[in-house]
Ligand binder design. Structure first.
Ligand code: FES
Length: 137
């Protein structure tokens, strides 16, 4: 067991956790922030995606103790039912929910992806990587 301090959605939480506790389990089971979903629990589905210091993270693949000192944002921290984040509003407007289970992860991922593009970080959604891939074919 270890004392862990996590800053989630702008609020600092002090927890005592088994050091093997994933960030996802800390969020869901200890902080009761159940917006992040456990789908595959092995890094494949993205239902658990949150942002850590603005970067996308599969919260099922990282330990809570590793995230001390970082700013964690979950779907609960993006907007509220009365004041949706623009990405949440876009999902509503364009009916982007499918079954809804992984929607929080998709929204967190989409928000961070746009921030990553703004920051100049290469991705498959930007020309710099797609052109490189075309050159390698
Ligand atoms: Fe599927 Fe984390 S639960 S990637």
């Amino acid at each position: 067991m270890s004392k862990v301090s996590l800053e989630v959605n702008g609020q600092v939480h002090s927890l005592t956790l088994d050091t093997r506790t994933t960030l996802l389990d800390a969020l869901r089971e200890h902080l009761h922030l159940t917006g992040s979903k456990k789908g595959c629990d092995q890094g494949q589905c993205g239902a658990c995606t949150v942002t850590v210091d603005g970067r996308r993270v599969n919260s099922c693949l990282t330990l809570a103790v590793m995230q001390q000192g970082h700013k964690i944002t979950t779907i609960e921290g993006l907007g509220t039912p009365r004041s949706l984040h623009p990405m949440q509003a876009a999902f509503v407007k364009h009916d982007g929910f499918q079954c809804g289970f992984c929607t929080p992860g998709q929204i967190c991922s989409a928000v961070a992806m746009l921030d990553e593009i703004k920051a100049g970080i290469p991705s498959h959604a930007t020309v710099n990587l797609t052109q490189r891939e075309l050159c390698q074919r």
